[in-house]
Write a protein that binds this ligand. Structure first.
Ligand SMILES: [Zn+2]
Length: 450
């Protein structure tokens, strides 16, 4: 059965995006078969199912390169402890929440976020997971939630030494097991997950370097806060990027979240190794850890993508927030248009490094049918040249009407077809009281290296 999403302004994406007013996209199975004027598509496929974009934007499904599904049940949680710097936020909030998670709350947290990705038009998501009390099989639990929702994902478990040697070894085993299990999977892939240099001892990094498959990639937090560099230098006599390179972890499948507090040499190393930096402007602001100057870092030759870091599942809103943040920080109303538009393209490039899909993220014949419609009817001329203005000043504030992933309609006229987010939230609410009780029973004051 062929389907059409029509009656919208098609933005094809890709290095030279086309804009087709009164356009549409047709797909058969999981592949796009035609992109063009909507009336032509309907003539060509008279029996097709038709979804109506009601004049809004028809775009490629969005990619989020850094998410934490495990963080969803922290909403409204009072840590009951002062948190005056980032190390305390980790120790007193996140490293207690992750230890309090069990199989059930990992599942519900992932289901909630996967549903939110669907609602926000994100069809490919990179998740970075931690649940030290439920490590073995946790990635299967998340993968099942992602599959139920209908998304594509790149998953990992964050290895760390802060919960002792056994915890680190269990994390390594979970990554290896999942990488092997999903080696030939078209929709769900693995990448090797690490927490951050300052909670990883040399023994553990040596073990990872020895066991990690050559093309597995890695997904790690780097210099999110100065504490990463300070502790790494104190214990290991070097900076986090040099350290990762020494263990052979920097290549074109290395995903370095944040990368804020680094020097020129470190950025040069990242660029030389073709590793990707994942910028998370909303969470950087929330944690008060500083800001990545995207334009400056891109000028140094680094590929910079955009994530939400568990703050939300809306990439368009993160794009808008990051754009405004650049202008605010530089006190410069002309900033932002040079590098920010490349963030979404970078996300596509990063996703293509993990999926065998050279057209992923574009509306082209033969591309995977990942298509969304956003209810932002352009009230002014829209061309490829001014697309970014339409995205940050309008589209980010409008709901996504339709989400189609690999040809399957997951959101139709704002209604979920694959999952029921209210039912998931209600079930999560039943479990979150006990989760929070476990959280409050846990001590803080963790040691970074176990
Ligand atoms: Zn993160």
């Amino acid at each position: 059965m062929t389907s059409i999403l029509g009656n919208g302004v098609v933005i094809t994406g890709g290095p030279r995006p086309d804009v087709i007013s009164c356009g549409g996209v047709a797909w058969h199975g999981d592949r796009i078969v035609e992109v063009g004027p909507a009336d032509e598509l309907r003539r060509e496929y008279p029996d097709a199912d038709v979804l109506n974009a009601h004049g809004g934007l028809i775009m490629p499904g969005l990619v989020n390169v850094h998410h934490h599904f495990y963080s969803a049940l922290a909403r409204g949680l009072d840590a009951g402890a002062p948190m005056v710097n980032f190390a305390e936020v980790l120790d007193r909030l996140w490293w207690r929440l992750d230890r309090a998670l069990d199989a059930e709350t990992v599942r519900l947290s992932a289901e909630l976020c996967a549903a939110e990705c669907v609602r926000q038009g994100c069809t490919t998501v990179f998740d970075h997971h931690s649940s030290p009390s439920f490590i073995d099989g946790s990635l299967d639990t998340i993968a099942a939630a992602v599959e139920r929702a209908g998304l594509s994902a790149v998953l990992c478990y964050e290895v760390t030494d802060r919960n002792g040697r056994d915890g680190a070894m269990a994390g390594i085993a979970e990554n290896l097991r999942f990488l092997e299990a999903r080696d030939n999977d078209a929709r769900i892939r693995g990448v090797f997950g690490l927490h951050a240099s300052f909670t990883l001892g040399d023994d553990t990094l040596r073990e990872i370097a020895r066991l990690r498959p050559a093309n597995a990639g890695c997904h790690i937090h780097v210099a999110e806060d100065p504490v990463d560099g300070e502790e790494t230098r104190r214990h290991f006599g070097t900076d986090p990027v040099t350290r990762l390179e020494r263990y052979g972890l920097l290549d074109d499948r290395a995903l370095l979240a944040h990368a804020i507090h680094l020097d020129e040499d470190a950025y040069a190393t990242i660029a030389r190794c073709q590793a990707a930096i994942l910028n998370n402007p909303e969470s950087n602001a929330n944690n008060g850890v500083g800001r990545l100057d995207v334009a400056e870092i891109a000028d140094r030759g680094c590929l910079v993508g955009l994530g939400t870091d568990g703050m939300s599942s809306s990439i368009l809103r993160a794009l808008r927030f990051g754009f405004l943040g650049q202008r605010h920080a530089r006190a410069d109303p002309s900033a932002g248009f040079e590098a920010q538009p490349r963030l979404l393209d970078a996300n596509v490039e990063i996703a293509r490094r993990f999926f065998n899909e050279p057209l992923l993220g574009e509306l082209r014949v033969g591309a995977p049918a990942d298509v969304i419609a956003v209810d932002a009817v352009p009230p002014t001329p829209l061309q490829a040249a001014n697309l970014f203005g339409h995205l940050v000043y309008a589209a980010a504030e409008y709901p996504v009407r339709h989400t189609i992933a690999r040809g399957r309609t997951l959101l139709e006229d704002h209604r979920h077809t694959s999952v029921d987010p209210a039912a998931i939230a209600n079930e999560a609410a039943e479990h979150s009281t006990a989760l929070w009780e476990r959280f409050h029973a846990l001590q803080w004051g963790a040691r970074y290296l176990g």
